[in-house]
Design a protein around this ligand. Structure first.
Ligand SMILES: [Zn+2]
Length: 379
């Protein structure tokens, strides 16, 4: 899916409350020029969070499995959000979660360290690291063709926790946040903010049928880590997937503040991550620095805009402060792991630049002299 197919308008507009542009896939603006993620954030003030907590306590009582090793699966990257949830489920609510990680494409030291520190607190962990010949070939293909080296990873990260739940016979999965409502997207129903709708996930988050990725060097059998379990098998085990963000008010900043007191949680050693002003988010995969840069190339919003918008929605930053940060950092080149990116994707410098420019959406970017500039910079 290219950016121009999503845009459907020649003028980029920005949300009046946060900084998200209408070029973001699946975002919707209301008559007041405010995006659905901001409206969702406003609605949270009206939610009776005590009642939600009581509902949560009822739900987990029903899923406690005395005598069984695990009560639930927690899809776990080792980052602040999934670690905060797993920690609370185990130590505040007395559940025994099995942590499940779909390996980052390019694991880095910070992620490995943080996962190890958390596991030492006392969790069992299943990590699925797929065939690296296949994964690298797909990363190269998707980066060249679609400007996104993580298409197959998105499939795996959605699929593997469900595969593990089905194979271990664990009927409950706790996801972190419902991305479609938290960050802007199509929300199927109020219920889908609480219970993960597998159809929504397959259609809106994965998009592709992984079996179509087979070619002369990748067999269908080698695509197993990316293929969703049969929905019949999911129903046999009775797997239900819930969002923690439905029951407790969601804030990535508060998750970070929670987890950094629990173990030696390390942040980006550079003091901030390429393309943004934060140092605590999405740290475990070297490819993410390039991935977020490509979002900027394709859709016109960078990692700083993404982070600032979330903080504006949570009243942790003003729009003016966020705007200054977006202008300063969005266009920052992902230099930290640049050599690793070239090696991993099997590209040289010239070819990488060519591919980046190929994915610049001409409705968003304009060439002026030897520079690319946004036609409609955030304001
Ligand atoms: Zn907004």
């Amino acid at each position: 899916m290219s950016g121009s197919e999503n845009l459907g308008a020649t003028v980029v507009r920005y949300c009046k409350r946060c900084l998200m542009p209408n070029s973001r896939p699946r975002i919707e603006f209301d008559g007041g020029g405010v995006c659905n993620a901001c409206r969702n954030a406003e609605q949270k003030d009206a939610i009776d969070w005590d009642a939600r907590r009581a509902e949560f306590l009822d739900v987990i009582e029903a899923y406690r499995r005395p005598g069984e090793p695990y009560d639930c699966v927690v899809p776990w990257s080792g980052g602040k959000d999934s670690s905060a949830i797993a920690h609370k489920l185990k130590f505040e609510f007395g559940l025994n979660p099995l942590l499940v990680t779909f390996s980052p494409l390019m694991p880095n030291e910070v992620g490995v360290h943080n996962r190890e520190q958390m596991l030492r607190l006392g969790f069992d962990h299943v990590m699925v690291r797929p065939n690296q010949r296949v994964s690298r070939r797909l990363a190269n293909r998707f980066f060249v063709d679609r400007g996104n080296p993580k298409i197959h990873w998105d499939a795996g990260v959605n699929t593997v926790p469900v595969q593990v739940a089905v194979n271990y016979g664990i009927p409950l999965i706790f996801y972190a946040e419902h991305g479609e409502s938290e960050y802007g997207g199509r929300v199927l129903s109020e219920q889908s903010k609480k219970v993960r709708d597998f159809t929504e996930v397959i259609e809106h988050q994965v998009g592709d049928d992984p079996l179509n990725w087979a070619d002369d060097e990748i067999s269908e059998a080698e695509l197993a880590p990316y293929i969703y379990p049969d929905l019949e098998r999911v129903e046999q085990v009775g797997v239900k997937a819930l969002y923690f963000s439905y029951f407790f008010r969601w804030s990535m900043k508060e998750n970070y503040e929670y987890i950094r007191d629990k173990f030696d949680f390390r942040t980006d050693p550079n003091g901030r991550t390429d393309g943004t002003f934060t140092d605590f988010d999405s740290l475990d995969d070297k490819i993410d620095n390039l991935y977020y840069h490509m979002q900027f190339i394709k859709f016109g919003f960078g990692r700083a805009t993404r982070d600032a918008s979330r903080m504006i929605q949570n009243n942790q930053m003003t729009r003016a402060e966020g705007l200054a940060l977006a202008r300063k950092y969005d266009n920052d080149f992902p230099a930290t792991f640049h050599a690793d990116h070239l090696e991993y994707l099997g590209l040289d410098e010239v070819r990488l630049t060519e591919i980046i420019d190929l994915h610049r959406n001409s409705e968003i970017w304009v060439r002026e002299g030897n520079r690319w500039n946004l036609r409609y910079p955030p304001e």
